[in-house]
Design a protein around this ligand. Sequence first.
Ligand code: HEC
Ligand code: HEC
Ligand code: HEC
Ligand code: HEC
Length: 506
Amino acid sequence: MNSFSNQIKQKPWLGWLLFLATLVVVFIIGLLASSIMERRSEAAYAFTPQVQYDQFEPRNDIWGKNFPMEFQSYKKTSDTLFRSKYNGSAMIDMLEVDPRLVVLWAGYGFSKDYYQGRGHSYAVEDIRNTLRTGAPMEGGKSPMPNTCWSCKSPDVPRLMNEMGAAEFYRGTWETRGTEIVNSIGCGDCHDAATMELQISRPALKEAFERIGKNNTNASHQEMRSLVCAQCHVEYYFSKSVVEDVPYLTFPWDNGFSVEAMEDYYDDIAFADWTHKLSRAPMLKAQHPDYEIYMTGVHASRGVSCADCHMPFMSEGGQKYTDHHIQSPLNNVANSCQVCHREETDQLIKDVYERQDRIIENRDKLEELLVRCHVEAKLAWDLGAAEGQMTAILQDIRHAQWRWDYAASSHGGSFHSPVEISRVIGTGINIAQEGRIKLSRLLYSLGHTGEVPYPNISSKAEAQAFIGMDAATLKAEKEQFLQTVIPDWDRQAAEREADYPVKSLFD
Ligand code: HEC
Ligand code: HEC
Ligand code: HEC
Ligand code: HEC
C-alpha cells in the first residue's frame, strides 16, 4: 500500500498544495470569526437611546423608541390568529365550549363570562370588557376591587410608587379607571436605567419574605421565570393585612402544592364565595402557572418560562429576545428545537398527547362536580340540617379546588403532566366520597332514585338553569363601554401629556 508520506516523497508539490490549502482555510475561518465578533458587538452597541424617561413611564411606545426590536415583537401580542388544539391567542368563549363551568361557578363572577386569555397587549381592554367588572355608571360601583388591576398594567407600579400598595388596592375597580390605561409592558419587568429584569409587584416579594426567601438573591435564569410569577400565580384578596383593604396575597406559606395551598385556605377558613346551589364555601383557583411549572421536569432542569415563551430571535444579524409572548407551539423552531432534535410535528404531538389524556379525566371530574352541586341542592330542599351537610360541603370545596387548580392553568397539562394527573385523580376520589355521603343523606331524607343531570348543553341553558339574567348584564356593559370608557381614555391622555420624556436629539 502506498502511504501518504510515500506519495509526498514521490510528488513534493502535493505537500506544498496541502500547506497552501490549509493556509486558505485558516484565513477564511479567521475572517468568519472576526465577522461574528463584529456582529456580536454590533448587537451589543446597536442601542442608541433616543429618549430619556423614568422608571414609572407606563407607555410602552416611549420605551419602544429606544428598543425598537423588542417593541415591534411586543406589539405582535395583539395578533389573535393563532389557535392550537386547546390554547392560542384567539378569544374563545369558554362557557360556550364547556357549559358545565357555569354550574361549577354558580353565584360567582366567572359564571357571567369567561374567555380564554390572549396576548398581553389586551390586558386593559379585556378587564374593561368582562361582565365580571360590571357596569359602574353614574356613581355606581363595580363588584370588583382595585386589586383586580394589579396584573394588568405598568400604571400599577406607577400608582403604588405614589400612594403605596395598600392604598392602591383600596376601593372599587372603577375608582382607578382613569389611571390604568396602558397594557402590561416594559416597566412591569425592566429597570429603566439598566434594563435588568426586576420585580415590580410587592405581592411576590412579600410571599417570598414570608417563607424566608429573598428574591434579590435570585439568579439571572430564575429571574427569567420570576418576572412571570408576578402575575401567573395563585392568589387571593386577604382581609387581614390592612383593615378594609382586599390585599393581594399569594397563599404560599405552606408550599406550592394543591394540598399545601388548600391547608392554608382551610386554616384561615377563607372562601371566595358561597356556591349558589350547594352552598359550599368555595375556592376559586386563579392561574397557578408558576407553581405548577415548578413541579415539572423543565423547571427541574433549569429551563425558564422565557426559554420557551420568549426565545432568542435573529434578524439582520441582530439577536434579540422575542417579546411576542404566546403559545410556543406557534414557534417551535425557536422555542423547543434549541434543545430538542425532534421534528416540529413530533413535538406538537407530545404536547397534545399530554393535554388529551389529562382533559379526558378532567371532564369526568367536572361532571361529578355538577352532580355534587345538584344533589346537595336537593338535600337542602328536602330539609337537610347544617350539621348533616358540613362534611359533604367540605368534600365539594376540596374536589372543585383540585379541578380548578388543574383547569385554570392553561399550560399546566404540558408544564407538569404527571402532577396535574395526580391532582385530578385526587379530585375525582374526593368528589366520589362526597357523592357517597350525599346518596346516604338523600336516602335518609326519603329520596331514593337518581337525581337527574341538568339540561346544560349550551351556555344559555346553563345560565338559565342557575337563574342568571345574562342579557341585562350585557346591555348594561354595552352602555358602560360607550359612555364611560371614552371619558377615562380622554382624562388619561391629558394627564400623560405632561409626563417627563426628553428627546436626546433636540
Ligand atoms: C413579561 C416581562 C417582560 C416585559 C413586559 C418586557 N420584557 Fe424585555 N425582556 C424580558 C426578558 C425575560 C428578557 C431577557 C432578559 C435576559 O435574559 O437577560 C428581556 C430582554 C429585553 C432586552 C434586552 C435585549 C434582548 O432583546 O434580549 C430589552 C432591550 C428589552 N427586553 C426591552 C423591552 C421593552 C422595550 C419592553 C416593552 C415594550 C419589554 N422589554 C417588555 C421580559 C420582559
Ligand atoms: C403584569 C402581569 C403579567 C406579567 C408580568 C406576565 N403576564 Fe402573561 N398574562 C397576563 C395577563 C393579564 C394575561 C391575559 C391577557 C388577556 O387575555 O387580556 C396574560 C397572558 C399570557 C399568555 C397568553 C397569551 C396568548 O396569546 O394566549 C401567555 C403565554 C403569557 N401570558 C405568558 C407570560 C410569560 C411567559 C411571562 C413572563 C415572561 C408573563 N406572561 C408575564 C399577565 C402577566
Ligand atoms: C432550554 C432547553 C429546553 C427547551 C427550550 C425545551 N426543552 Fe423540553 N426538555 C428539556 C430537558 C432538559 C428535558 C428533560 C429531559 C431529560 O433530562 O432527559 C426536557 C423534556 C421534555 C419532554 C419530556 C418530559 C415530559 O414532560 O414528559 C418533552 C415532551 C419536552 N421536553 C418537550 C418540549 C417542548 C414541546 C418544548 C417547546 C415548547 C421544549 N420541550 C422546550 C429541555 C428543553
Ligand atoms: C418547556 C417549555 C415551557 C416552559 C418552560 C414554560 N412553558 Fe408555558 N407553555 C408551553 C407549552 C408547550 C404550552 C401549551 C401551548 C398550547 O397548548 O398551545 C404552554 C402554555 C402556557 C400558557 C397558556 C398559553 C395560551 O395560549 O393560552 C401560559 C399562560 C403559560 N404557558 C405560561 C408559562 C409560564 C408563566 C411559565 C413559567 C412559570 C411557563 N409557561 C413555562 C411551554 C412552556
